[in-house]
Write a protein that binds this ligand. Structure first.
Ligand SMILES: NC(=O)c1ccc[n+]([C@@H]2O[C@H](COP(=O)([O-])OP(=O)(O)OC[C@H]3O[C@@H](n4cnc5c(N)ncnc54)[C@H](OP(=O)(O)O)[C@@H]3O)[C@@H](O)[C@H]2O)c1
Length: 238
């Protein structure tokens, strides 16, 4: 992987879905600071509304974003770990069908719908970078602690979706790079209830993680599509 500083002095546009989030907003800021000509910030509450659990909302938001300059970068930075008093399950006894379904809707199905909608809209003969934020805990081979059933399983499903989509994209978009990226443990509202238990691990600021993710993605080749990398550029095995 290239160690070059990330810069984006092209005339293309970037799309950040989940731009209201800790990492998503930092990604959008970093892209603008790096010279990306246009940055479309998509979120449930933003100027381009996008609910990742609603296919029509995704389609409308992407069509709106793709009507401007050609898109060169896309980030899916949405995610669900806890909400309204519900959070990751510690044991099988805590499994709840609706909560599991919510995890899959936001963490796996929504990003899959984004990829599906994006494919016909992206340029075929130029480099396009697409990253979906996964999580190390979605690695089945790395699971030594257990727990967090819905989050782990939905992120594992996401990794499989990225892998499968990358194989399909390579046929029609040979210069495209599509990867799942683990942002590290980052100070955001998603991680807030859990970081205190995180003994001694380095907790990143959103801006620090975003800068690294942009650099990692820029350093990937199309041959590395479909794989999972962490914020330092180290590959994570599924
Ligand atoms: N923070 C960490 O330590 C960490 C570690 C590993 C992986 N990750 C992953 O990194 C990604 C970003 O997480 P974060 O830490 O930045 O979390 P965050 O600050 O809580 O942001 C989550 C984002 O997801 C959006 N979202 C949730 N449900 C949505 C829906 N139905 N439709 C549209 N947007 C929705 C939120 O939008 P609203 O503002 O509308 O709620 C928000 O923009 C997630 O995929 C997460 O799993 C984070």
């Amino acid at each position: 992987m290239s160690e070059a500083q990330f810069s984006a002095p092209d005339s293309g546009a970037a799309i950040v879905i989940g731009a209201s989030g800790g990492i998503g907003s930092a990604l959008a800021d970093e892209l603008e600071n790096a010279g990306q000509a246009v940055v479309h910030r998509l979120s449930r509450s933003g100027p381009i509304p996008c609910d990742i659990t609603d296919p029509d909302s995704i389609a409308t938001a992407l069509d709106q974003s793709l009507s401007g300059p050609p898109v060169t970068r896309v980030f899916v930075a949405t995610g669900l770990l806890h909400t309204d008093g519900q959070g990751p399950e510690k044991t099988l006894r805590h499994l709840d069908a609706d909560w599991l379904a919510s995890n899959f809707a936001v963490n796996a199905i929504g990003p899959a719908l984004v990829l599906s909608r994006l494919l016909p809209l992206l340029p075929r003969q130029r480099r396009v970078e697409v990253a979906v934020l996964g999580a190390r805990v979605g690695s089945i081979s790395d699971n030594r602690l257990g727990g967090w059933y819905g989050y782990r399983a939905s992120k594992a499903a996401l990794h499989q979706i990225v892998r499968t989509a990358a194989i399909e994209w390579a046929r029609s978009h040979p210069q495209a790079v599509l990867a799942a990226l683990h942002p590290g443990t980052v100070h955001t509202s998603l991680s807030a209830p859990f970081v205190r238990q995180d003994n001694g691990r380095h907790i990143l600021k959103p801006q620090e993680s975003a800068a690294q993710l942009l650099r990692v993605l820029a350093g990937l080749s199309p041959e590395q599509s479909g794989r999972i990398f962490d914020w330092r550029g180290v590959e994570i095995h599924p």
